[in-house]
Design a protein around this ligand. Structure first.
Ligand SMILES: Cc1ncc(COP(=O)(O)O)c(C=O)c1O
Ligand SMILES: N[C@@H](CCOP(=O)(O)O)C(=O)O
Length: 463
């Protein structure tokens, strides 16, 4: 399997290459040169497989000959061995039509663990073969940071610098990052928003004063391997609910468009998906883009779902590339315009292409709280604000008769216990597996929100 850049001019790479590269050298994102397809019989034959085996089966075409099937299975078995639930991503039924897909049974209590536990192992595997080290620079609105740090803390060949927006992540999220004391982990709180942090990360990849000295890597969903691992749970849920014979719809709390793009990939692979509902909070650029073609940024409003407080949604570029006819030169031009003006209109082809599978719903803070209350009072389920936005969207999207609707439950409610308690009167407690988070000492530096300050700090501290 070869991968091409959405901006058309970076060299194509194999799976090991894209895993270590993160971002393409032309500023684009890597996608498979073509989508591997499975027949309905092949998909049906995956029913009943343990999660690690299903993962290896679904991911093998993307990995190609970079890993043998046996080695891939060893890695998925190791990655998912740390999950607290045997099913890894269990389904919970809410009513006749609504289901939750719980993605928070990993070590850091959010869906990011599903991909990052594997990505840490892939880094070790490929760096072990090639030699050398990787300096990871990442941006987080809370969950990617903790999951990535957990996955790479203590690794010999990897060092991580994680940027989070100061004061805009929950206490649990911050502590999950800043209490990890390993020599290869560096936490940075910047003045500004997640978008500011993400823009700095992308800029570092293009900064020769850094890249000539350090091999820069990515743990954000700009890294293809992240998305690939997230495709698997769409298969897992569908197969349990009668797929591939029955079509299933998914509602996905969305920020950087990675999780929902993984659903799109599952559909391209042949998994029958009825609909993908893009659920946003008041930072609703994706809702405006999908419903009106208007992809223009505003300022970011802090909400009770901080991990979705995002305006510039990295992976939307992957969708625009695929539904817009895979014209890298044209997309590069369109993205240059967007980067200059912070606004763009989708082309007709992009709008029409996206509307085949995607719909969108926006939930404000009131809707989010009400959704948490509904889940608790009507179904006995305590859910976090991000999941609540997904569930609100699932219940308000134009329904397709008869299909099961699965909301991705992206974080454990205890990561956002203040917001959950305010909405439901019930304070969720942290599972014991996260340990004594509030007793441990934190370590992080605070930097101004300028690129130069962050770059200089990384250069001065990278080994
Ligand atoms: C809990 C939670 N839900 C939803 C999202 C949005 O996911 P994505 O950025 O893949 O769209 C995030 C952040 O990525 C998150 O941390
Ligand atoms: N919500 C995310 C933001 C980063 O998204 P990613 O999926 O691109 O890593 C977070 O929790 O950090």
């Amino acid at each position: 399997m070869q991968y091409v850049s959405t901006r058309g001019s970076a060299p194509s790479l194999d799976f090991a290459g894209v895993t270590l590269a993160g971002l393409a050298s032309d500023g684009g994102l890597y996608v498979p040169a073509s989508w591997p397809r499975s027949s309905q019989d092949e998909i049906a034959a995956m029913r009943g497989l343990p999660y690690a085996e299903l993962a290896a089966r679904v991911m093998q075409p993307f990995v190609g000959d970079c890993l043998t099937p046996e080695r891939l299975l060893e890695l998925t078995t190791q990655a998912y061995g740390r999950f607290a639930h045997k099913a890894v991503t269990p389904l919970v039924q809410l009513d006749e039509q609504q289901w939750l897909l719980e993605l928070f049974h990993g070590p850091t209590l959010a869906f990011k663990d599903v991909a990052l536990q594997l990505l840490g192992l892939l880094f070790e595997e490929f760096l072990g073969r090639e030699g050398g080290t990787l300096t990871i620079v990442g941006a987080t609105s809370g969950d990617t940071g903790s999951a990535a740090i957990d996955a790479v803390a203590g690794l010999d060949r990897v060092e991580i610098f994680m940027l989070h927006p100061k004061g805009r992540v929950s206490d649990v999220q911050r502590r999950q990052m800043t209490t990890v004391r390993a020599p290869n982990v560096h936490n940075i709180a910047i003045e500004g928003s997640f978008d500011d942090a993400q823009a700095m990360v992308k800029r570092i990849f293009a900064d020769e004063s850094v890249t000539t000295k350090h091999r820069i890597g990515a743990v954000n969903s700009i890294n293809w391997a992240r998305l690939m691992a997230q495709v698997v749970y769409y298969f897992a849920a569908s197969l349990q609910l009668g797929g591939p014979e029955r079509k299933v719809a998914f509602s996905v709390p969305t920020g950087n468009f990675g999780d929902v793009f993984a659903g799109y990939v599952a559909a391209q692979m042949g998994l029958p998906i009825e609909q993908l509902v893009v659920a946003t909070n008041v930072n609703d650029i994706l809702h405006r883009a999908l419903s009106q073609g208007d992809y223009s940024t505003g300022s970011v409003t802090p909400t009770t779902a901080p991990s979705m407080d995002i305006q510039v949604s990295s992976n939307f570029e992957r969708l625009l590339f695929d539904v817009g006819g895979r014209d890298g030169a044209a997309l590069a031009e369109q993205m240059r315009g967007f980067e200059a003006s912070k606004a763009m209109n989708l082309t007709n082809a992009q709008r029409m292409g996206a509307s085949d599978l995607f719909t969108s719903v926006r939930a404000d803070e009131n809707d989010t709280a009400q959704s948490m209350r509904w889940a608790y009072e009507q179904c006995g389920e305590v859910i976090d604000p991000h999941t609540a936005i997904g569930l609100y969207a699932a219940r308000h999207a134009a329904q397709v008769q008869g299909s099961a609707m699965v909301t991705l439950a992206t974080a454990h409610p205890a990561k956002f216990s203040d917001a959950v308690e305010r909405a439901t009167g019930m304070r969720p407690s942290l599972p014991t597996r996260v340990g004594d988070l509030f007793a441990r000492e934190e370590a992080y530096v605070e930097l101004p929100g300028t690129y130069e300050a962050v770059r200089d700090h990384i250069v001065a501290n990278a080994s």
